[in-house]
Design a protein around this ligand. Structure first.
Ligand SMILES: *Cc1c(COP(=O)(O)O)cnc(C)c1O
Length: 383
């Protein structure tokens, strides 16, 4: 690499400070590396922050969603109504219990599951609704809750991208039966791997604690296994990092808000690019990734390639789940079945985004984007 060539930017980065490091080291020195006080504390902090009665920490978001599907009573041939515009885990968790994801298309404004189509998809085998608060914008919880009440369905929120997001003034997570927050390093806070399931339901909380811990009895002895469980526990080092991160959650979300605001300001003047704004009923958006949407005539993939050549990474969040090769091969899905999700997916692009992305880096991304769009225009006009 020549010295003049700028380094490749990071797509995402966790925000780790000296306190975070000290807390993890403290756990290592204590010798108590699993089932200890940090997990309890972390669960309590997340639950309190989102206004839930209980928080149950688990190994990752996928594990949390899986346990929720089990508690929702999903079994062979059960149906769960969900969105194809998500990370694959929100559908895989249904398959783990041999249930069937029933995909319905998304709302073009919010990118979240369309509640009317969700209502129409409910049948006699439907057990649950699984909305995803995509990119930190809440799904239409009031409408979905009404559908669930009418048909006695469980609502599980995939809030893995939405810690701190508010729907009509209330934090997401405990708005359904349970909600799952994930803490992979690109999320709003991180524990490395890890997640917390929140719920107001005492019975669910007890069963989640048992299921994550090999199905151990809630009261009985250590080796009394009452049900088929899993080892989905979160370790103490991860939980300690979570405690430290949660103690500055407002600051972390504030930094992300500021980066998003800078992008907004700068991209307002770039032709052919639309930015995401808080949608209907979103009283607070919690920025997970920074997504732009291109006008229909702009070639998203070519622009992404041109940016990559400038050392600016981008991601196609998300390729719809029904078009993932496993889903196509196993279940026969094909392009055209969920046109809004497919259209949104093929016209959006995630730009580098994290709490510490500096002004000059944002400037570099935006200038690169304008240059890439210009290059497309020049190629087309043969100049
Ligand atoms: C991150 C994420 C998950 C959980 O991911 P893990 O890597 O298992 O923690 C689930 N659903 C969505 C929509 C996500 O973005």
């Amino acid at each position: 690499m020549s010295p003049a060539e700028p380094a490749t930017l990071q797509m995402s980065a966790p925000d780790i400070n000296d306190d975070d490091i000290a807390r993890v080291v403290e756990v290592l020195r204590s010798g108590r590396l699993s089932i200890g006080p940090c997990v309890d504390k972390f669960e309590a902090m997340v639950a309190e922050y989102v206004g839930a009665r209980h928080g149950v920490a688990v190994a990752n978001g996928t594990a949390g969603l899986h346990l929720c599907m089990r508690l929702a009573g999903v079994e062979a041939d059960s149906e769960v109504v969900t969105s194809p515009f998500s990370f694959v885990a929100s559908s895989n968790c249904i398959l783990y219990e041999r249930g069937k994801p029933i995909f319905v298309d998304i709302d073009e404004e919010t990118f979240n599951i369309d509640p009317e189509q969700a209502a129409a998809a409910v049948g006699s085998r439907t057990r649950a609704l699984l909305p995803i608060h995509v990119f930190g914008r809440p799904a239409a919880m009031a409408e979905l809750s009404a559908v669930a009440a009418k048909h006695s369905l469980v609502v599980v929120e995939d809030a893995c991208e939405a810690l701190g997001a508010e729907y009509r003034g209330r934090k997401v997570g405990p708005l359904g039966k349970a909600g799952v927050f994930a803490f992979y390093p690109n999320k709003q806070i991180t524990t490395g791997e890890g997640a917390v399931v929140v719920t107001d339901d005492d019975r669910w909380a007890r069963q989640l604690r048992s299921l994550r811990n090999h199905g151990r009895g809630e009261m009985g002895g250590w080796l009394d296994h009452e049900r088929l469980g899993f080892n989905y526990r979160l370790d103490e080092m991860s939980a300690a990092l979570g405690v430290s991160q949660m103690s500055r959650i407002d600051a972390l979300l504030g930094l992300r808000d500021a980066v998003a605001a800078r992008y907004h300001e700068r991209l307002r003047h770039v032709d052919g690019v639309r930015t995401l704004a808080p949608a209907r009923d979103t009283t607070r958006m919690s920025w997970f990734v920074y997504i732009i949407r291109f006008d229909d005539d702009l070639p998203r993939d070519e622009i992404a390639q041109r940016l990559a050549a400038m050392g600016i990474p981008t991601r196609n969040y998300f390729p719809p789940i029904h078009l993932q090769s496993f889903y196509r091969q196993q279940y026969g899905y094909r392009a055209g079945q969920f046109p809004v999700a497919e259209r949104v997916s093929s016209s959006t692009l995630a730009l580098p985004f994290h709490a510490r992305l500096g002004e000059s880096e944002i400037e570099r991304v935006c200038a690169g984007l304008a240059e890439a769009i210009d290059a497309v225009a020049r190629r087309r006009s043969g100049r």
